[in-house]
Every structure is written in structure tokens, then in C-alpha cells.
Design a protein around this ligand. Structure first.
Ligand SMILES: Nc1ncnc2c1ncn2[C@@H]1O[C@H](COP(=O)(O)OP(=O)(O)OP(=O)(O)O)[C@@H](O)[C@H]1O
Ligand SMILES: [Mg+2]
Length: 145
């Protein structure tokens, strides 16, 4: 499904709709790969998803942290895990962060920026592509389930 967002408020609405339609799986985490260039809005979209799931503090980019875990209250998932693979040189580095364990827990919703960098170890995942449009506040957001 392709959406056009003209503002962060629009992106919030698109994220709200995305979260409402998400269903946990029986035997593994729901993994979402966020595709798009620098500044496309991958972190912005993640913040909107976090907000939809009741995460109180606006989240920051985990570029220097790689992985951040948020505990969710009264949601269909118990944890939102935000990973930024931009600085990872090898997929192996993610394995050291317990990747296999986190992707096998159906209570986890995992959003990962720069999934291209760890393509070898990405499980089946929802693909979201963000692309800037001519207006600096506009984005095309495509969700492929
Ligand atoms: N409609 C919109 N949707 C999302 N972000 C928008 C929109 N309009 C403007 N922006 C802005 O674009 C910027 C996107 O930056 P963001 O850090 O989310 O990009 P990113 O894809 O995570 O980049 P990086 O690869 O460097 O991590 C933010 O400053 C955000 O406020
Ligand atoms: Mg980012």
C-alpha cells in the first residue's frame, strides 16, 4: 500500500494505521525493515510507531547505540525494539546483540533501519520504503506486507 505524507502529522496517521493492522505471529517476532536514504524518515516513522504504542518519551535515533528496547504497556506486543544497522559492517555484529533470540519472540515488534546492511540474517519481514518527494516535508511511504 502506497501513502503520501505531507507532514509529520500525516506520517503519524500512517503509522497509527499500520500499528492497528499489525498482528503478532504465533512463533516469531514481527520484523519491519525500514528502507530509504539518509534523512528519508526511517527514525521519524519509528517515533510515530512508538507514539502509537504509547511509548511516552519521544525516541532518539539509535545510530550510536544500534539497539533500543522499549517496554510497552497494554499493547499487543510487550517490546518495541528499534535497531539502526547503519554502522554495522557485518551481519554478525547483530548476532552478538542477541538477534536470534529477539526475532524468535512473538511478543516483540522489531523495526530496523538499514536492513540492507544485515540482509543475510533478515528473516521474512514487512518492508516499508520511505522516499522524499519534491516538497521537503513530503514523503512517499510504501508498505509491503
Ligand atoms: N512527512 C514527513 N515524514 C517523516 N519525516 C519528515 C516528514 N517531513 C519532514 N520530515 C523530517 O525528515 C527528517 C527525517 O529524518 P530521520 O532521522 O527520520 O531520517 P532517517 O531515514 O532515519 O535517516 P538516517 O538514515 O540518517 O537514520 C526528520 O527531521 C523529519 O522531521
Ligand atoms: Mg535514522
Amino acid at each position: 500500500m502506497k501513502h503520501t505524507s505531507s507532514s509529520l502529522e500525516d506520517t503519524q496517521k500512517i503509522a497509527d494505521g499500520f500499528v492497528v493492522n499489525l498482528s503478532p505471529k504465533n512463533d516469531s517476532a514481527v520484523v519491519v525493515g525500514l528502507y530509504g536514504n539518509l534523512g528519508a524518515g526511517k527514525t521519524a516513522f519509528t517515533k510515530c510507531v512508538a507514539s502509537s504504542l504509547g511509548v511516552p518519551d519521544s525516541i532518539t535515533s539509535p545510530t550510536f547505540v544500534i539497539e533500543k528496547i522499549y517496554v510497552l504497556k497494554n499493547q499487543k506486543f510487550t517490546h518495541l525494539i528499534h535497531i539502526d544497522a547503519y554502522r554495522l559492517e557485518k551481519a554478525e555484529e547483530l548476532l552478538h546483540l542477541g538477534w536470534k533470540e529477539i526475532i524468535s519472540d512473538p511478543k516483540n515488534l522489531i523495526l530496523i533501519e538499514w536492513p540492507e546492511n544485515v540482509a543475510d540474517i533478515m528473516p521474512e519481514h514487512i518492508k516499508i520504503s520511505l522516499n522524499p518527494l519534491e516538497n521537503p516535508n513530503s514523503r512517499e511511504i510504501e508498505i509491503l506486507n
